[in-house]
Design a protein around this ligand. Structure first.
Ligand code: SAM
Length: 297
């Protein structure tokens, strides 16, 4: 399978570990729920040589274009959708897969392109949409939600201890237009020394809210486990956020365990994390956690 020379600035995280748990074999079918720039997909396809049994999903039109450029000519089924809508559709179509991967969150191009509005260090519009066809942006959230709703988002999705202070500052200073304005505003709530930028939690919380990241994951997990994963199939999920990891852990525990009728056999007792050498070359790997499970036959 063609690797593509400009495989983007995105380096797939925990690639070898993911392949170990997905365990691709010639002819296996594969569903990649977060195709991104095709790093994981390319490595899987190298092993399965089964593009016609491969479905790649992404909600970002730029990622979908890149996936089509890279894999379209081989007959891979590439769909622009959020993974919940795509999963419901695939279930209606009666599809099942030997391997399913969800590598959650944002890609490096999201963080590196100021215009996408995800980055604290680059000034850009307050956008933060993974799907640029979606209406809701961070600007709408920041400039129209009530102070209480903003504090709730910062507390729930960012675990931000100063959620109320920051929400009050936002309401006082709005309308806000740029990521720099927001980052500077939040820094006011955290004077003094800080290891990470004080707005890190705020940016994360807004991103999760704008993209409904937790809601879509929660709704999708049962479809992946109960319906789309074929008997004997392997499911791997890489998360970057403690709330996501907790959700995956709970869904696996509910379907797994040592009951006689368990749906899943959990392959990772503890989440798999990147080693120092990976983290040096790929800082995104620092917070990555991989969990994997096998569907009982
Ligand atoms: C971490 S990147 C995946 C990178 C990919 N594994 C690779 O090797 O290139 C996550 C991708 O998932 C997409 N994404 C995140 N949440 C999604 C969702 N709920 N539905 C569909 N795509 C999603 C993002 O747009 C992004 O392109």
């Amino acid at each position: 399978m063609h690797q593509g020379s400009k495989t983007s600035e995105h380096i797939p995280v925990l690639l070898e570990q993911t392949l170990t748990y997905l365990d691709p074999k010639g002819g296996d079918s594969y569903l990649d729920l977060t195709g991104g720039y095709g790093g994981h997909a390319s490595a899987v396809l190298e092993r399965t040589k089964a593009p016609k049994h491969t479905v790649l999903i992404d909600r970002d039109p730029a990622a979908v274009k890149s996936l089509r450029d890279r894999f379209g000519e081989y007959g891979v089924d590439i769909r622009h959708a959020d993974f919940y809508s795509a999963s419901k559709k695939l279930a209606e179509e009666g599809k099942q897969f030997d391997m399913i991967l969800a590598d959650l969150g944002v890609s490096s191009p999201h963080l590196n392109q100021a215009s996408r509005g995800f980055s604290i260090s680059k000034d850009g519009p307050l956008d933060m949409r993974m799907d640029t066809t979606q209406e809701l942006t961070a600007e709408i959230v920041l400039n129209s939600y009530s102070e209480a709703a903003l504090a709730d988002i910062l507390r729930r999705y960012g675990e931000e201890p100063k959620a109320r202070t920051i929400a009050a500052l936002i309401v006082q200073e709005r309308p806000l237009k740029s990521t720099k304005e927001l980052a500077t505003l939040v820094a006011k709530a955290w004077p003094g020394h800080s290891k990470v930028h004080p707005a890190t939690r705020t940016f994360q919380a807004l991103r999760v809210a704008v993209n409904n990241e937790l809601g879509l994951l929660e709704a999708s997990l049962p479809i992946w486990i109960d319906t789309l994963l074929a008997p004997g199939g392997r499911l791997a999920i890489i998360s970057f956020h403690s709330l996501e990891d907790r959700m995956v852990k709970q869904a696996f525990a509910q379907a797994g365990g040592d009951r006689y009728d368990a749906t899943l056999r959990i392959l990772t007792k503890h989440p798999v994390v990147g080693d120092e050498s990976e983290i040096v070359f790929n800082p995104r790997a620092r917070s990555a956690k991989l969990r994997a499970a096998l569907k009982q036959k």
